[in-house]
Design a protein around this ligand. Sequence first.
Ligand code: AMP
Length: 125
Amino acid sequence: MPIDATQPYDDQNIFAKILRGEIPSKTVYEDEWALAFHDINPQAPFHVLVIPKGRYVSWDDFSAKAPAEEIAGFVRAVGTVARQAGLVEPGYRLLANVGQNGHQEVPHLHVHIFGGRPLGPMLAR
Ligand code: AMP
């Protein structure tokens, strides 16, 4: 079920548990600001999620409340993960689902990085 993007942060969400090391993930990158790991149900040959280490429900929450340093660190981490995976030359797609219409399922901000094949039109019609 999609989440409400205006809900308060829930420390029991699955990505909070991954950040605390309570459940495993296939980590591909970590720095002061972000953690990146393989999606458990990949939709493309390369499908990695990048999450901020801070407690942000969604892109809305993060863009409104995060300090500039944290936003810069997170955005740079997303770029670094894609670059290190060799995705820049062939190209890739970023996606951040927000709330009900965006079909966001996990209430901790995550940016999907898709790559490894031509990804087709932007949205299903
Ligand atoms: P979204 O619909 O944007 O909220 O996407 C949530 C994503 O999290 C989906 O692509 C799931 O496959 C993925 N996911 C859920 N649980 C895990 C997990 N434990 N480890 C890695 N990815 C997960």
